[in-house]
Each structure stands twice: as structure tokens, then as C-alpha cells.
Design a protein around this ligand. Structure first.
Ligand code: FE2
Length: 180
């Protein structure tokens, strides 16, 4: 697969090198997080474990945060949206992502590496706006992704798994959704 051609077709996928200031609040935050290598700031009670997904907040600053998610092998994240969260998602390994039920980052994309054997997925950000239905699944070895978030409408950040509209991952997850 020609990665550059593939990515150019998707206007919502951004290379880290193309991040710049002054576009919007979320992009400013992503720029500062990646370009200035902000220190980790993991608040108390920021570990989030539900069904086959484990998350931790690596950094939080007012209404913005970065969550790392680790997904058990062969797990399906059903299509959903987060009404109060604007985000960029970065595939680290072993994940497939879809928006509007269309696969935009296939599993084979997260397996691509450069000539130094570094994964290419960790250089791209997929924009997921508050009302964009999206989902994903992990491969046979499990998956991991980063979620860079700007919480809207005065909501205090918790986990995107709690600000959720759509099919949940199961009964435990359902009980944790706050905006039911
Ligand atoms: Fe989501």
C-alpha cells in the first residue's frame, strides 16, 4: 500500500509534522503536547478499565487530556460518538478504526513501519469530532491507541468511555456511561 496516497484521500488524517497553532483549541493542545513534549501529568483516579479496554490519563490540563488505551485481542468497539468530546486518535499498534461505518485506518496500516522499523501509525492523527460515529477493533495480538481530547460544553474530563452515545461494549460499560 502506498501510504501517502492512501492518507491523502482522508481529509481528517493529519501527519504530526502538519500540526500547527491557531487552527482550533484541540489542535493547539495536540501541537503543544507533541511538539513541546509536555511532561506526563496523571491525575488520581485516572485508570479506567471496562470490558476488554484499559485506559489511563497520561496528561490532563483543565478541559484537555490525553488517554492511552490498551485493547484486548480481537475486541470490537461498536460504533458510537462522544457528544462532548472533540479528539484526535493516534494508532500505536494493532488497531483498526472506522468513521461512519467506513474503515479509515485499517489493521494493515498499524502494521506499517519505516526503514528503521518504526511504526508509521504513530505519526498520524485521525480527527474525530463530537458527532462523528466511530468504532474500531483490535487485532489478534491486541491493540493500543492514544486519544488526544478537548472536552466541550463545560464537561469535566473523565474518560471518553463515559461520554458515550451508541452501543456499549457490555453491561459493565453500560453502567459507567454518564450521559444516559
Ligand atoms: Fe470513541
Amino acid at each position: 500500500m502506498d501510504v501517502s496516497l492512501f492518507l491523502k484521500k482522508h481529509k481528517d488524517i493529519l501527519h504530526l509534522d502538519d500540526l500547527s497553532l491557531g487552527k482550533d483549541e484541540l489542535t493547539d493542545f495536540a501541537f503543544n503536547f507533541f511538539k513541546h513534549r509536555l511532561f506526563f501529568y496523571t491525575p488520581q483516579n485516572s485508570v479506567y478499565i471496562v470490558e476488554g479496554v484499559k485506559g489511563v490519563v497520561l496528561y490532563r490540563e483543565n478541559n484537555k487530556q490525553v488517554q492511552l488505551f490498551i485493547v484486548e485481542p480481537n475486541s470490537v468497539i461498536p460504533s458510537h460518538h462522544h457528544p462532548d468530546v472533540d479528539s484526535y486518535e493516534m494508532l500505536l499498534c494493532g488497531m483498526e478504526f472506522n468513521i461512519n461505518n467506513k474503515i479509515v485506518l485499517p489493521l494493515r496500516f498499524s502494521r506499517l513501519t519505516d526503514k528503521n522499523n518504526h511504526p508509521l501509525g504513530a505519526r498520524y492523527l485521525l480527527r474525530v469530532k463530537p458527532n462523528d460515529p466511530h468504532g474500531g477493533k483490535s487485532g489478534p495480538n491486541g491493540g493500543a491507541f492514544l486519544s488526544i481530547q478537548c472536552w466541550l460544553n463545560g464537561k469535566i474530563p473523565t474518560s471518553v468511555g463515559e461520554n458515550w452515545v451508541g452501543e456499549t461494549m457490555g453491561g459493565i460499560h453500560q453502567s459507567k456511561v454518564l450521559n444516559k
